[in-house]
Design a protein around this ligand. Sequence first.
Ligand SMILES: CC(C)(COP(=O)(O)OP(=O)(O)OC[C@H]1O[C@@H](n2cnc3c(N)ncnc32)[C@H](O)[C@@H]1OP(=O)(O)O)[C@@H](O)C(=O)NCCC(=O)NCCS
Length: 140
Amino acid sequence: MPESKVIFSDTIPVEDFLRLRAEVKWAELPVEQAQAGLDHTFAGVAAILDGEVVGMARVLWDGCYCAFLTDVIVTEKCRHNGIATAMVQRLIDRLRAEKKEGWKIKLYLMAGHGRESFYQRFGFNTRPQGEEGAGMNMWL
Ligand SMILES: CC(C)(COP(=O)(O)OP(=O)(O)OC[C@H]1O[C@@H](n2cnc3c(N)ncnc32)[C@H](O)[C@@H]1OP(=O)(O)O)[C@@H](O)C(=O)NCCC(=O)NCCS
């Protein structure tokens, strides 16, 4: 990775959102749907290197106890420089700052295969565990 410093922005431009998703071969989305998703994001982060968005992550939150971390991607040439770690930590801090006295927020994610250890460092637990079954999902 070039030596220039990575900066972080709270805004993820839709074209970069779609470009990074395409790079890692995640499901294609129409621009209108992608923009709607970004508009409904509680907190997003884009990592920018020399004017180029090289990473992103976002958190959805219902304002109550359910939050979901998703779209954590760093472009291949910039990996292993701590960018994803910095983005995820920033989002966790943003969410934690919303907690009022007595509040609890549960932050969920669906780890990609083999990515669990990346998230465990932040305190995420893998499932199934104890009374908690495996995470589940479906496409509609
Ligand atoms: C996963 C991903 C976001 C990590 O980005 P990154 O900026 O390289 O991550 P960091 O540099 O902050 O990683 C710090 C440490 O986390 C761990 N880590 C990083 N990528 C990992 C992976 N793919 N699997 C397991 N652990 C990983 C390593 O210990 C790493 O330290 P190292 O770089 O010295 O090996 C990036 O590989 C990526 O975009 N992958 C494709 C998309 C994807 O799978 N996203 C996550 C979906 S759950």
